[in-house]
Ligand binder design. Structure first.
Ligand SMILES: Cc1ncc(C[n+]2csc(CCOP(=O)(O)OP(=O)(O)O)c2C)c(N)n1
Ligand SMILES: [Mg+2]
Length: 382
């Protein structure tokens, strides 16, 4: 993993601002091609094309990202505890994807309808939802199958969110179908000539599905290019099958090149690199109306799901790594970091207690939001 030393580049002086893509590009140009770059602007070729002004991240943003990353992790760990206590049937989620998901949530044009961004997310998207403003209670309501769950009325797996007011489409259990559906919202945005972008997330193993290839084809038809941010969170695992035995291509992102799609390989364990990378790619898509395929290298910290035990694994922890960096930079103290974890631990315990007291859905709601018999089939009311 490439070492980034903002403190050194800042000359050890005022640390209010963290050097951005241009500074990082300069220091990382010397790294071996095998090392992972932190953003699109870190490859030799793209560094030349990078904007002249140096993007910088203010201290307040670093603290906000840290706060939301911890909130998301504590929430996920609470979901696992709730599962272990027998208050839920299944867990799958996003610990290890905070450094990708939180910046994404902060950079989204949030709202309803094609003038805003559409989000076709997968089941590791809690960090993005937390950054968008989802409460711990609303995540726990889905996890504990409560009638109060705003996403599904308590009738889907945990982390299968749906928030129409933020253009968050229902997370699907069949993997990768979101890449095909994303084409639809992107076509709507293109027709309207809106500045909204369609954002789709998913795993590395899922890219073997035809839906992923269909998305590349539809995104890049000459003269009909679509404003889609096609992202892949590469944790190198598909349940228990390792990436190394499955991919002939060097990087998943490289597959975009055959379609003339702009590509990016981003360190999804570094929230600064992820923020700068996502911001640059979204700006490009809003400006040109053309797609981007971005691969983010991420960790999977509790295995695949409760089906594989949901035990802590030894992958890089993006939060520990980020805390070391911001403590070194004197953006925050170790004590203050501990305070953030404690604050959210207390909040998550109270939220679980609140939700435990709420009712489960009754039989009368079993057909709600289904198309059976067409009685609820008016999608315009969705
Ligand atoms: C169409 C389909 N095939 C298989 C499965 C079973 N399945 C669930 S998750 C998963 C692995 C997905 O791996 P990846 O896309 O890398 O995502 P990750 O879980 O690593 O985030 C599989 C095969 C499924 N849910 N849907
Ligand atoms: Mg995977």
């Amino acid at each position: 993993m490439a070492k980034v030393t903002p403190a050194k580049r800042a000359g050890g002086k005022g640390l209010e601002k963290i050097p951005g893509a241009a500074g990082r590009a300069a220091s990382l140009r010397k790294t071996s091609s095998k090392q992972l770059s932190g953003s699109r602007a870190m490859t030799r070729k793209s560094a030349a094309a990078a904007p002249r002004s140096r993007p910088e991240l203010p201290k307040e943003l670093l603290l906000r990202m840290h706060d939301l990353m911890v909130k998301s992790r504590v929430l996920e760990e609470r979901l696992i505890k709730v599962y272990r206590a027998g208050d839920a049937y299944f867990w799958i989620g996003g610990p290890g994807e905070e450094a990708f998901g939180v910046p994404l949530g902060l950079l989204v044009s949030k709202g309803r309808g094609p003038d805003h961004d559409f989000l076709h997310l997968h089941y590791r998207c809690t960090p993005t939802l937390v950054a968008l403003g989802m409460t711990m209670e609303d995540s726990l309501r889905l996890m504990m199958n409560r009638a109060t769950d705003p996403s599904t009325g308590g009738r889907n797996f945990c982390n299968h969110y749906c928030f129409p007011q933020w253009n968050v489409l229902p997370v699907s259990s069949p993997i990768e179908v979101q890449y095909g559906m994303a084409v639809g919202t992107a076509i709507a945005q293109r027709r309207k000539n809106s500045k909204g972008v369609t954002i789709v997330t998913g795993g590395d193993a899922g890219t073997a599905e035809g839906d992923f290839a269909s998305c590349l084809v539809w995104a890049s038809r000459p003269g009909n290019e679509l404003p889609i941010f096609i992202t892949v969170q590469n944790n190198k695992w598909g349940i228990s099958t390792h990436y190394d035995g499955q991919h002939g291509e060097k990087q998943i992102a490289d597959r975009g090149k055959a379609f003339g799609i702009r590509t990016a390989l981003i360190d999804g364990n570094d929230p600064i690199a992820a923020y700068l990378g996502i911001r640059a790619e979204l700006e490009y898509i809003r400006k040109t109306g053309k797609p981007v395929l971005a691969e983010f290298r991420v960790s999977r910290l509790y295995g695949h799901s409760s089906a594989s035990g949901a035990n802590r694994e030894t992958d890089i922890c993006p939060i520990e790594q980020f805390e070391r960096k911001i403590v070194d930079l004197k953006v925050i103290t170790t004590e203050a970091c501990k305070g953030v974890w404690k604050k959210y631990d207390d909040e998550s315990r109270k939220a679980a207690e609140t939700v435990r007291a709420e009712p489960m859905p009754g039989p009368e709601s079993v057909w709600d939001h289904t198309y059976v018999g067409s009685e609820n089939a008016d999608w315009r009311k969705f």
